[in-house]
Design a protein around this ligand. Structure first.
Ligand code: FMN
Length: 205
């Protein structure tokens, strides 16, 4: 049946389209064996694979090209301020010009600056983040640089180990959705499930 009542719409040209995906903190390995942390929100999971969208101007991309392992740490809403503490930093010593203009500065020790705690991983070299209720060790299977967009990479990973805080586990191997809550990045504002917590320094609304 065709609906007769229509909602009024207007075509817009939004600068960003971050329509509400979970925040993740990506651990990657620096050249000296330390761990870099990069806030991300472009990801999706299917079966035992997780796909990430990563800008090539950041340290995460550089690290993954050199060392094909990572941890996908998933913070809950209580950690939004620690995530935002990390937001204006890059692990790149030479900060790319476009990032400098946006207000980014270099920071080598993202654990120190965020107050988050490092934990050794089982089989991959980058460290996990203790405070994140879900910590996923993953191997990089493919890094694609699309010809239609040269400034981002699509990184395909395979999950190796999943670590979960005991409070969010139900039964032996399931995450309890009533106990686990993602931190949502919704047009550059942070949300829990329903309630806004704050906004990132680059928000324009
Ligand atoms: C909540 C949040 C989500 C972000 N999501 C992404 C993302 O999905 N992909 C990306 O490349 N950058 C994303 N960024 C920007 C990176 O965090 C930023 O480029 C940062 O400098 C990366 O750190 P790095 O250069 O040390 O890797 C996001 C930033 C924030 C605060």
């Amino acid at each position: 049946m065709i609906k007769t009542v229509q909602r009024a719409t207007k075509e817009i040209q939004p600068k960003i389209l971050y329509y509400g995906t979970p925040v993740l903190l990506l651990s990657t390995l620096n050249e000296d064996g330390t761990t870099n942390i990069s806030p991300m929100s472009s990801s999706w999971a299917l079966d035992k694979y997780i796909v990430l969208g990563i800008g090539i101007g950041g340290k995460a991309y550089e690290n993954l090209v050199r060392h094909r392992e990572c941890i996908i740490n998933l913070p809950d809403p209580t950690l939004w301020e620690q995530v935002e503490h990390l937001a204006p930093y890059t692990g790149k010593r030479e900060v790319p010009e476009y990032k400098r203009e946006l207000g980014f500065t270099y920071e080598k020790d993202k654990f120190e600056v965020s107050g988050l705690t490092r934990v050794r991983s089982n089989t991959v070299q980058p460290d996990r983040i203790e405070e994140c209720p879900l910590q996923i060790e993953a191997a990089v299977k493919m890094i694609r640089r699309p010809s239609y967009c040269t400034d981002l990479a699509i990184v395909e990973t395979e999950v190796i180990h999943v670590h979960a805080h005991e409070e969010i586990i139900t039964g032996e191997h399931h995450v309890n959705p009533e106990k686990w809550s993602p931190l949502i990045y919704n047009f550059r504002h942070y949300f829990a499930q329903g309630k806004e917590l704050g906004k990132t320094f680059r928000a324009e609304t």
